[in-house]
Design a protein around this ligand. Structure first.
Ligand SMILES: Cc1cc2nc3c(=O)[nH]c(=O)nc-3n(C[C@H](O)[C@H](O)[C@H](O)COP(=O)(O)OP(=O)(O)OC[C@H]3O[C@@H](n4cnc5c(N)ncnc54)[C@H](O)[C@@H]3O)c2cc1C
Ligand code: SF4
Ligand code: SF4
Length: 949
């Protein structure tokens, strides 16, 4: 569509809605995909603020014949949350819990509420919304309702449909209706209006009467179903209720603006176990036996995942014996340990001893076992994404369900199909309700694999339907399965078409999903596909390493649940997925690299990664989003240069030297309003940011290190320890090392350069990197370990340098560097740590900095602090403080930075601790500002305790 048309639509919409309207090419690309294999670039994205915005958008779309697709977390597997017209993103603003009644057990929510956040809010009330898709922490209730989602506990709680009391829905006419039971007498319906709502009720009654036969004959014989429209439950006890019909309708019948949901009481005690099978033939029968004992979860994991998990996670090996074909994970919930123990014994007796269906069983005996069993069970999906190579686990026959008694037959049939088509797959999922997730390994850039995907789909669809199953148990139809809906419901499908016409005569609401007339739909609009290829970008993204990294993102959207910026803003552009989507489209030329790769718009999105490194541990595909974002920033800096403000603020060493040489003056200026305004306009440092005072003397001026002890370490002195906290962090390091028998040399290193590197200023950073590597290599060559008290400096040397210079020397130097708590912890493990600590009667709380976490160190610091007698140490939850190096110092980021830190500040303030402990100078500054509490370095406490010992 011509640019002009997009601009017209955007400008029209801006006049009628209060929410944001995005129509620039980058935003449209960001929203072009999700957790599916498809990509469709919308015309415009609207982030509605309230239902009136939604009504206006629907009316506008219908008036102008523009497709409109509602979107939640974008975790839909089947491509139902993307579209080529207007996207309504409910996550940004319409994400509020409106009302809770714990007594009557219901809650009213807006569609953009993330399930995990709702349940966190309900926990103190001992209630929860019991449907548990594995995307609970990043999918939204609107999306769950529209897909009729469910999870491993479906055998106890059913699916979303069973828990939706009523919905507020915007119909295609712009009417806002409230669903709920309406009394039916003949064709007279009470409570309707004369508009579309009334026509819909009458039309449905007519459909139900005309399609009685197909409704009876074509209902899948399964325990769950998300394929087609649910016309089975609309009429009940003399009433007509549209609620169950809207649930599972994938945004094709109306747009939800509110939902009233029923709640459950938080569950009781549970017992869990793994049953092991050396053949798949008996799994179906074992499932039926276990179902007789009313488990709350019954999950299957098949050989390939078992072998992968065992190889990848050593701690899982005892729970996944060699040579097994499958496991069933079973959970029982009950009132007492005795009753649960008895049920587990009966299960074991039936399945292992009497029927000999499973070869053995491992029941959790203690909390650690229980934790490990749960961990092993939930490894299934995520571990597949760690498989390297061009063939990726593709979700396209990932959601069929059959009755559990046909499970064995289904798995055997699937294996035959895969073998015939020369494909490998991993199978896991919900044995208890016969819903299997099958991930087939394909290279979607190859035409033959795309064709193979279609063939496998055709054959497995036939298999499922022969077994009276459904092609979708919980994920819905979308672009993937709509073409197969007529096959599942040959007699009923015309009723679906009529139903869609009734609700949406202009075919504007998420058109082509559930009903459509394109038999080849599943193979179109592919994110990769046979025509996908790389173009030259004249940037580091032309290299294989970066392009592979970018393409590894499978779009799941989990980054919404851990990226501090995404969590604080609910803004899609902050997700790692947004960065990967943009870069993928750039390297494939679908976005013009010459126009966008060095553009300020792209830089802005890439700046939305503050290099906290959470992606590295939390992203299921392990996509190194901080690295690709950094390289994109570096490309921008190389081509467009860097503003003075950005350069100055990123040059920590220079900024500190200036500050220190004028210490009294600068400290005074930091406390005077007009001076702060001047500083703000000169270097962009926000006037509200409380800066730590510069010490009148630096560490270097006061201390020389120490030559006591038999051992020797070199101290990589951080700017904060040298210029701001020489008596705390710096001196403490020397003391703690001395107490453990190490003399401390303090060489003159260059600034580690982490702020510069993070800003994209790689070239200016290189000189310092090179000099540091020379010095570190010389020390390491002499057998002298280099220790760091500042995690960000350690991270720079250990993780960033080796990638920037990509040399053996850098890798060797990195191996000889130690973050100090890791170093001390090692001494503790070897029994060499001096533990002569004196008593300290103090309550402290520990915050683990992101960069320490990224170095793999967290509980080690707490374990060290807990050696101090009398010291009460509380560990705060794993949240970012929000400062993120220099990010939160800048005027444009100050508010966001404080918003990110808010949950942590609140937790700290509620905890009643006297001091906060953290090893990072930036975190210390932010936490002091956010809580008003004193913040100390862990080394300072250890040193104080040694002095008392
Ligand atoms: C790794 C992974 C694991 C998954 N595991 C499960 C699982 O265990 N169980 C399960 O059921 N699903 C699972 N899914 C699928 C998906 O997470 C769920 O279907 C989820 O509920 C979709 O929610 P969402 O907010 O992401 O919706 P989206 O994907 O954004 O949208 C889904 C549908 O809802 C519609 N929609 C959204 N908001 C509205 C609204 N306000 N009004 C009308 N229509 C609306 C959209 O148009 C679209 O058709 C998984 C997906 C992934 C990637
Ligand atoms: S960056 Fe990781 S977590 Fe985010 S969508 Fe991509 S694969 Fe999922
Ligand atoms: S590294 Fe941190 S800030 Fe960057 S995208 Fe990942 S989670 Fe977000």
């Amino acid at each position: 569509m011509a640019e002009g048309r997009i601009e017209t639509i955007a400008s029209d919409l801006k006049k009628i809605v209060q929410g944001n309207v995005l129509s620039d090419e980058l935003s449209r690309t960001i929203y072009s995909s999700g957790a599916c294999i498809y990509s469709l670039r919308p015309l415009v994205i609207v982030q509605p603020r309230h239902k009136e915005d939604v009504v206006e958008c629907v009316r506008y779309a219908v008036r102008n014949g523009i497709p409109l697709t509602a979107r939640g977390g974008g975790t839909g597997r089947a491509g139902q949350g993307i579209g080529e017209g207007i996207i309504l993103d409910f996550m940004r603003y319409m994400n509020q819990v409106l009302e809770v009644d714990p007594e009557k057990k219901w809650v009213r929510v807006q569609p953009g509420v993330v399930l995990g956040r709702l349940n966190a809010r309900l926990k103190p009330l001992k209630k929860f919304f019991p449907i548990d898709p594995s995307t609970a922490d990043y999918c939204a209730l609107g999306g769950m309702i529209a897909n009729n989602s469910s999870g491993p506990h479906a055998i106890k709680y059913g699916a979303t449909r069973d828990w939706v009391e009523s919905l507020e829905v915007v119909l295609s006419s712009g009417e806002v209706i409230q669903t709920g039971p309406r009394t039916v007498s003949g064709l007279e319906i009470s409570g309707g209006t004369d508009g579309l709502e009334k026509r819909v009720y009458s039309g449905i009654l007519d459909l139900l009467a005309r399609y009685q036969g197909p409704l009876r004959e074509e209902k899948p014989d399964t325990m769950k179903n998300s394929c087609g429209y649910d016309l089975w439950q609309v009429r009940k006890n003399g009433s007509l209720d549209l609620t169950p019909l809207f649930v599972g309708s994938e945004g094709t019948l109306g747009v939800f603006t509110e939902a009233k949901l029923r709640l459950a009481d938080l569950g009781g005690k549970t017992h869990t176990a793994f049953f092991y099978f050396n053949t798949l033939d008996t799994v179906g029968r074992a499932t039926l036996e276990l179902l007789k004992l009313s488990p709350t979860m019954l999950e299957i994991m098949e050989k390939q995942i078992i072998d992968l998990a065992r190889a990848k996670f050593k701690e899982m090996a005892p729970y996944l014996p060699e040579g097994i074909e499958a496991t069933l994970f079973v959970e029982f919930e009950g009132p007492s340990e005795e009753e649960l123990g008895e049920r587990m014994r009966r299960a074991q007796q039936r399945v292992v001893q009497e029927e000999k269906l499973a070869v053995s069983v491992k029941a959790a005996q203690n909390p650690k076992d229980r934790e490990m069993l749960t961990k092993v069970r939930s490894v299934s999906g995520p571990i597949l994404n760690k498989v390297k190579g061009p063939k990726k686990p593709i979700a396209f026959i990932e959601d069929a369900a059959v009755h559990p008694r046909r499970l064995g037959e289904y798995i055997a049939g699937l294996r035959g199909i895969l073998k015939r088509n020369g494909a490998e797959a991993s199978i896991y999922g919900h044995a208890g309700d016969g819903n299997l997730h099958v991930m087939v390994f394909l290279d979607m850039k190859k035409a033959e694999d795309v064709a193979r995907m279609v063939r496998i789909t055709e054959e497995s669809c036939d298999l499922v339907l022969r077994l009276k199953g459904t092609i979708s148990g919980e994920h819905g139809d979308g672009l993937l399965r709509t073409a197969y809906v007529p096959r599942q419901y040959p007699g009923l499908y015309p009723a679906f078409v009529e139903l869609k016409k009734l609700f949406d005569p202009k075919n504007v609401l998420n058109p082509g999903r559930i009903v459509g007339n394109d038999p080849d739909l599943m193979g179109k609009h592919l994110k990769f596909g046979a025509e996908y290829h790389h173009v030259s970008t004249r940037s580091p993204f032309d290299g294989e390493a970066l392009s592979t990294e970018v393409e590894a993102c499978h779009g799941c959207g989990k980054c919404r649940s851990y990226c501090p910026l995404a969590m604080a803003t609910n803004d899609e552009s902050f997700l790692g997925r947004a960065k990967a989507n943009l870069l993928r489209e750039l390297i494939s030329g679908r976005l013009d690299p010459d126009v966008f790769l060095a553009s300020p718009e792209l830089k802005k999105v890439m700046d939305g990664c503050v290099n906290c490194k959470r992606c590295l541990t939390e992203c299921p595909s392990g996509v190194d989003i901080p690295w690709v974002s950094l390289m994109a920033r570096a490309h921008h800096v190389k081509n467009k240069g860097q503003a003075f403000k950005d350069r100055f603020i990123a040059d920590t060493h220079l900024a500190c030297r200036v500050g220190n040489s004028l210490a009294p003056l600068v400290n005074l200026a930091f406390s005077i309003g007009p001076a702060r305004a001047l500083i703000e306009s000169a270097i962009g440092l926000d006037r509200r940011r409380k800066m730590p005072a510069f010490s009148s003397k630096t560490f270097r001026e006061m201390y020389r290190g120490s030559d006591k002890g038999n051992g020797k370490v070199a101290y990589f002195l951080s700017c904060y320890a040298n210029y701001n906290d020489p008596e705390g962090e710096g001196r403490a390091l020397v003391e703690v090392m001395e107490r453990n028998g190490f003399g401390v040399e303090v060489p003159e290193f260059e600034c580690c350069g982490i702020a510069r590197i993070s800003s994209g200023g790689l070239e200016p950073a290189l000189k310092g990197v090179g000099e540091n590597l020379e010095k570190i290599s010389a020390l390491v060559g002499k057998g002298i370990p280099v220790v760091f008290s500042e995690p960000s400096c350690a991270l720079a040397v250990k993780q960033e340098y080796p990638r920037i210079v990509n040399s053996e020397k850098a890798a060797r130097a990195a191996a000889g560097c130690y973050e100090v708590h890791g170093f001390l912890s090692q001494l503790k493990q070897e029994g060499r740590l001096n533990t002569h600590f004196g008593e300290m009667k103090l309550r402290v709380g520990y915050h683990n900095p992101c960069h320490l976490r990224a170095l793999g160190i967290s509980k080690e610091v707490i374990e060290l602090l807990r050696l101090i007698p009398g010291l009460e140490v509380r560990a705060f939850s794993d949240q970012c403080c929000g400062l993120a190096g220099t990010f939160g110092m800048k005027r444009q980021n100050y508010d966001l930075s404080m918003e990110i830190g808010k949950p942590l500040f609140e937790e700290i303030k509620k905890s009643g601790v006297e001091r906060v402990v953290t090893g990072c100078g930036s975190c210390a500054m932010q936490i002091a500002q956010g809580t008003g509490l004193p913040v100390v370095h862990p080394l300072a406490l250890l040193a104080e305790a040694y002095r008392k010992g």
